[in-house]
Ligand binder design. Structure first.
Ligand SMILES: Nc1ncnc2c1ncn2[C@@H]1O[C@H](COP(=O)(O)OP(=O)(O)OP(=O)(O)O)[C@@H](O)[C@H]1O
Length: 436
């Protein structure tokens, strides 16, 4: 188990990680999520004893990494797949790592087989593709058959087959009782791989809960309702649904997004006012939607439109027009900093519950022009309306960063990318165990 308590890291005036406390349990895959620059790699480096915390501590099995007996044989990690001597072959690279930790050379060929690099084992790694480099890095992490594994963006650059392989590998490692801590920006992948999530924003803990709970607490179920292509009918239904307590918002494609009313109730209301429905479907948020919702106030790097493109803003995702439920909107962060660790989001809104979001930007009194409503061959006058456009602009100023006292300059960070020595195979395991 990995346990962080009040973990803080400052680089001069920059607070990269602030007061992080969490546990990463064995027998599960724990996803480590956060926007760019939120402190994931810094946290992993502190776990591995590559950076010293400015405050707090982090332990593996109760002890800091550097005090672990046989530490390189108990913990395997992939932090930077490029941390390889490009002039060495894959086999030579792994042999070097193995020799540093007293791992038998035969283990090198085992892990080469596990990651699928056996046929290119003699090739110099500088000629490897991004995905091949990732596989080599993963082989290095597995070399010692460790009980604790950390992977920083392991699927970066992998093709779909490789991504599936990593997913299965992570799940298998966890099912063997190991501790698997993995960072990724690929939400769809994390949803399939992780059991538990630790989410940070600007160095602070935003969530520590199961994937299921995370989605439930950071999303609102809604219904997609579609009427025949008749603005009058849509408006009539929209009015009735709003009067019944629903939150109704127009979708770009002419459908209505309804929050706060059960599906049968929507159906009954439509029936009562004699409006036919072409679609009435439930929508559950994905991990990506829930993640975007939670972290939107903690994103440092946000793109703006290229004025030379001469293109319109792409159609925003419907979620973007929404006020965050339980999380301060962008640019309006509380002066006191972020919500404390363990901060609970508002309970998820079920179908029957009233909507938790603020009033929509635009009720459906003015339905957006439908490109298909134009007579055939006639172009709509002007660009189609962007009902959410006002809410998608990047803020002039990013949200205020958590205030932390300026610390004296810490020792310089290691220049070389961190490579954690691999661990030796446990003696009571068969040589081909990884190949199961
Ligand atoms: N050695 C260092 N010296 C100064 N600042 C640093 C150093 N390492 C990291 N930082 C800063 O700390 C913050 C957290 O960086 P970190 O690399 O941990 O984020 P991350 O969540 O891993 O980002 P990404 O998802 O982009 O990989 C960033 O603002 C980064 O610039």
């Amino acid at each position: 188990m990995i346990e962080a308590t009040g973990l803080t890291k400052r680089y001069g005036a920059k607070t990269a990680v602030y007061n992080l406390s969490f546990q990463v349990r064995s027998g599960a895959v724990t996803g480590f999520l956060g926007p760019n620059g939120s402190g994931k790699s810094t946290t992993m480096r502190m776990i591995l004893g590559l950076d010293d915390p400015s405050a707090g501590r982090v332990t593996i099995g109760g002890q800091p990494y550097r005090q672990l007996t046989n530490a390189p044989r108990r913990v395997g990690a992939l932090l930077d797949a490029k941390a390889v001597h490009g002039g060495r072959s894959a086999r030579q690279h792994l042999l070097c790592l193995a020799q540093l930790s007293g791992i038998p050379a035969r283990r090198v060929d085992e892990v080469l087989g596990v990651v699928g690099l056996q046929d290119v084992a003699s090739r110099r790694s500088k000629g490897f593709s991004l995905g091949m480099g990732q596989r080599l890095g993963i082989a290095g992490a597995l070399l010692g058959d460790p009980e604790v594994l950390l992977f920083d963006e392991p699927v970066n650059g992998l093709d779909p087959e490789g991504i599936l392989w990593v997913r299965n590998l992570m799940r298998k490692l966890a099912s063997e009782g190991r501790t698997v801590f993995v960072s990724s920006h690929l939400m769809s992948e994390m949803a399939l791989t992780a059991d538990h999530l630790i989410v940070i924003g600007r160095g602070q803990l935003l969530a520590d809960m199961s994937v299921k709970d995370f989605i439930a607490r950071n999303s609102t179920a809604h219904a997609t309702v579609r009427t025949p292509d008749d603005a009058g009918m849509r408006e009539k239904l929209s009015k009735a649904l709003s009067e019944a307590g629903g939150l109704v918002q127009p979708e770009q494609d002419g459908a209505l997004r309804v929050t706060g009313l059960e599906l049968p109730r929507i159906s009954d209301l439509a029936h009562e006012i004699d409006v036919r429905l072409w679609e009435l479907s439930p929508h559950q948020a994905s991990l990506e939607e829930a993640y975007m919702r939670m972290t939107s106030g903690a994103v440092d790097y946000r793109s703006t439109q290229d004025p030379r493109q001469g293109l319109q803003q792409p159609a925003p995702h419907p979620q973007q027009g929404y006020q965050q439920a339980g999380y301060p909107p962008q640019g309006q962060y509380p002066q006191g900093g972020y919500p404390p660790a363990g901060y609970q989001q508002q309970a998820p809104a079920g179908w029957g519950q009233p909507p938790v979001q603020q009033a929509p930007q635009q009720q459906y009194a003015q339905p957006p022009a439908q490109p298909y409503a134009q007579p055939y061959g006639q172009q709509p006058a002007g660009p189609p309306p962007q009902p959410y456009a006002a809410t998608t602009a990047a803020p002039a100023q990013p949200p205020v960063a958590p205030v932390a006292p300026v610390a004296p300059a810490p020792p310089a960070a290691p220049a070389a990318p961190p490579v954690v020595p691999p661990t030796a195979p446990s003696l009571n395991k068969s040589d081909s165990e990884d190949a199961r």
